[in-house]
Design a protein. Structure first.
Ligand code: FMN
Length: 304
C-alpha cells in the first residue's frame, strides 16, 4: 500500500503550509508544524545568512519536521542549496524552474524534493529528474501563477506521474479539500487562508484587507511581462497594469514594484504595497488559529 501524506511528512494533517516569501519565517513554519501540518520556511526573500538564522529559529521552536522552499532563480541559489543540504532539511519545495542541478546533492543529504508545478508536462519531466512528490498549483492561488486552474491541472498532473501529488491553489475549506482528494491529490498546500491566521506575521492592515475582499478582488499583474502574480487589486496594481499596457519593459515594471511586497507585509501599506492573495480571499471571514484552520479543512466544521 502507498504511504499516506501524513506518513510521508510525519504530520497530523495531510497539509503543507505553503511558502510565502517575506512571510513564512522560521517562527511561522514552526507554528505550522506545531499545529499539525508541515511548516515551510520561504527562502525567497532571504539572503543566505538570514536563511541560516530562520532555520535556527524554527529548530528552537519545534521538534517536528519542517521544510524550506527555494525559488530557483534566487541570485544566491547555490549557497542556499548548500545550506539546506548541510542542515539536512527533510523536505524541500522548489519553484520557478527545474531543481535537477541540485538533486544529487540534496538526495545525498536525505532531503525529499517536492517541486511546485503549474503544468502537467513539467510534472512528468521533474519526476524523471528525481522529484519525490509534485505540488500542482492552480492559478486561483496567490503569488506567482500559471495558466491552468486547479480543477483542470490536478487530474492531468495525477495522470502524468506515479509519485504523490499535492494540490495547491483555491483550497480554503473542507469542500475544496474533498474536491482535491477526488481529483487525485493525497493532500493539500495552503497559502491565502493562512494569511488571516493569528500566527501569520503580516501587518494587521493586510489581514483587514483580506477579510474585506471578495473573490473577484484579485488581479494577475505581469501577464504581459511574463511574471504573472496574483494580488489584491489596489492603486499599485492599477498603475502597474496601466504601465504594462503602455509597453513598459520588464525592467521598468520590476523597478516599479521593487519592495512592494515588503511595503504590504511590514508597513501595512494597502494602497502602494503588493498584497499577494488568491481567489479564496472571498471565503475569509475571521482571524483564526492555525490549529483550527487545519482541523476545519480536513474534518469540516463541528456540527452546532
Ligand atoms: C503572499 C504569498 C506569497 C507566496 N510566496 C511564495 C513563495 O515564496 N514560494 C512559493 O513557492 N510559493 C509562494 N506562494 C504560493 C503558496 O506557497 C501556495 O502554493 C499558494 O498560496 C496556494 O494557493 P492559495 O493561495 O489559493 O491557498 C505564495 C503565496 C502567497 C499568497
Amino acid at each position: 500500500m502507498k504511504p499516506t501524506l501524513n506518513e510521508i511528512l510525519g504530520t497530523d494533517y495531510p497539509i503543507i503550509q505553503g511558502a510565502m516569501a517575506n512571510i513564512a519565517s522560521g517562527a511561522f513554519a514552526a507554528a505550522s508544524s506545531n499545529a499539525g501540518a508541515l511548516g515551510i520556511i520561504a527562502a525567497g526573500g532571504y539572503r543566505p545568512e538570514q536563511l541560516e538564522e530562520e532555520i535556527k529559529i524554527a529548530k528552537s521552536l519545534t521538534d517536528k519536521p519542517f521544510g524550506v522552499n527555494l525559488m530557483l532563480m534566487h541570485p544566491d541559489m547555490d549557497q542556499l542549496a548548500d545550506i539546506v543540504a548541510r542542515e539536512h532539511i527533510p523536505f524541500l519545495t522548489t519553484g520557478a524552474g527545474n531543481p535537477a542541478k541540485y538533486m544529487d546533492q540534496w538526495k545525498a543529504a536525505g532531503c525529499k524534493v517536492f517541486p511546485v508545478v503549474a503544468a502537467p508536462v513539467l510534472a512528468r519531466h521533474l519526476e524523471r529528474s528525481g522529484a519525490d512528490a509534485i505540488i500542482a498549483e492552480g492559478c486561483e492561488s496567490g503569488g506567482h501563477v500559471g495558466e491552468m486552474g486547479t480543477m483542470t491541472l490536478l487530474p492531468q498532473v495525477c495522470d502524468s506521474v506515479s509519485i504523490p501529488v499535492i494540490a495547491a491553489g483555491g483550497i480554503a475549506d473542507h469542500r475544496q479539500y474533498l474536491a482535491a482528494k477526488a481529483l487525485g491529490a493525497c493532500g493539500v498546500q495552503l497559502g491565502t487562508v493562512l494569511l488571516t491566521s493569528e500566527e501569520c506575521p503580516i501587518h494587521d492592515n493586510y489581514k483587514a484587507a483580506l477579510l474585506k475582499a471578495k473573490g473577484t478582488d484579485t488581479v494577475v499583474t505581469g501577464r504581459i511581462a511574463g511574471t504573472p502574480v496574483r494580488v489584491l487589486k489596489n492603486k499599485m496594481t492599477r498603475e502597474y497594469i496601466r504601465q504594462e499596457k503602455a509597453g513598459a519593459t520588464r525592467e521598468e515594471l520590476e523597478h516599479f514594484t521593487l519592495g512592494s511586497l515588503r511595503r504590504a507585509v511590514f508597513d501595512g501599506d494597502t494602497t502602494e504595497g503588493s498584497l499577494m492573495a488568491g481567489q479564496t480571499c472571498g471565503q475569509l471571514t475571521k482571524i483564526s488559529r492555525l490549529s483550527d484552520i487545519f482541523h476545519e479543512i480536513i474534518y469540516g466544521k463541528e456540527p452546532l
